[in-house]
Design a protein around this ligand. Sequence first.
Ligand SMILES: [Zn+2]
Length: 479
Amino acid sequence: MPLRVYNVLQREKVDFVPMHEGKVNMYVCGPTVYDHSHLGHAKAYISFDMIVRYLRFSGYDVLYVQNLTDVGHLLESGEDRILKKARQASALPMQIVETYTRSYFADMDALGVVRPDISPRASAHIPEQIEMIETLLRKGHAYVAEDAVYFDVTSWPEYGKLSNRRLEEQAAGSRTLKGSGKRNPEDFALWIFAPPEHILQWNSPWGRGYPGWHIECSAMSRKYLGETFDIHGGGIDNIFPHNECEIAQSEAANGVPFARYWLLVGSLTVNGQKMSKSLGNFVTIKDALARYRPEVIRTFIFQSHYTNPIDFSDEALQAAERGWERLVSAARAVRNRLRSAPEAGENAFAQVVEAHRAQCIAAMDDDFNAPNALAALQTFTGEVNKLLNSGEPLNKATLMAIDALYSDFGGQVLGIIPQGEAHSIDMRLTDGLIRLLIEIRAQARAEKNFARADQIRDQLKALGVILEDRPEGTTYRLE
Ligand SMILES: [Zn+2]
């Protein structure tokens, strides 16, 4: 069975056939870096991480581009989000951009989200955006008004094809400048003229200003992936106007189709309402990570298909935690048993492993159905636990086959079973024991039992652990 994906553009599940065999070019709309990310962002980027991981696992060579919006994403008030934050924090806009870009990547790294291959910034691609706007003007799809250069939506009959909106329905949902020179209320800004005091501004053929939000994705995806590419991803909330504007700009400028498959992720909700900054019902990724392991957050997000919404609650996270613990303790038990398993013997469990591997593949090939893959791993774990508790001696081949399934789907694809876990458990245990001995030695010294204190120091030294007494306390290093 080939990989099938739900293509929002066609509104149906279709076979996935990339333009170039074995290669996938993929673009995902990234964050606007003006604040810490919340769990809603985690849902979107963990979902695309799972998709990229599975494509690579399936043998595709994926080029993954995800932008960082650092200019031109305006609030309803017409103010640039980053400039507003900079004003509030008495900082330069690029300090805000730097702070929250680092924060975003720190959160994503902590969540085990593999970094995009290219993370282009809007402010670093001004010439590319100007060039595309020039083409749109030349082809009659844009016009220069008093306050901005606008895209003329009436010049593009297909406008609305992704979100399935007709032009007359769009005015209500469209986030537009209250522009004086706009011809149609749905027209959107490509280049916004800036007053002298506006910090982020560049020269353009039409006057000093800055790009509108949508044009960056059209210009940067073209630069790195070409005029037509395989997958465009994003959150369902940005289908209109953002994604719709991207398609119109790109197809009007390039004269060829834009992205061939549109994959959009459902929202993360709290009591049925979308988690968002503006509603104030958000939990930052940092707060969530203080309470739950990253693998548990990922497991929670994989409880629902990526296209569906998922409702956040502590109960839901705790339920995910229980499911995750069951999986991971079986995987750990298998790895522990592997260390002393006899070499001789064939894999006695091959059929069970292969049947569940096939289920995982079938689930992921069916529009990246992570909930079904997780369910297959859970039933597999039931079988594994029975085997482990049977008292039968288990040979290396059997345990390695089980470990491989956990490593492939729990590790590589879903990223919920830490790779090399056995090693890290050993390291944590070692570190904990050394610290315990340092504490006992400090107590011995406080009680003036210097003989005991020296014994601990010398015996640790013999093991290659060097204690270093410093004014702020004792630390250690490995020889
Ligand atoms: Zn975008």
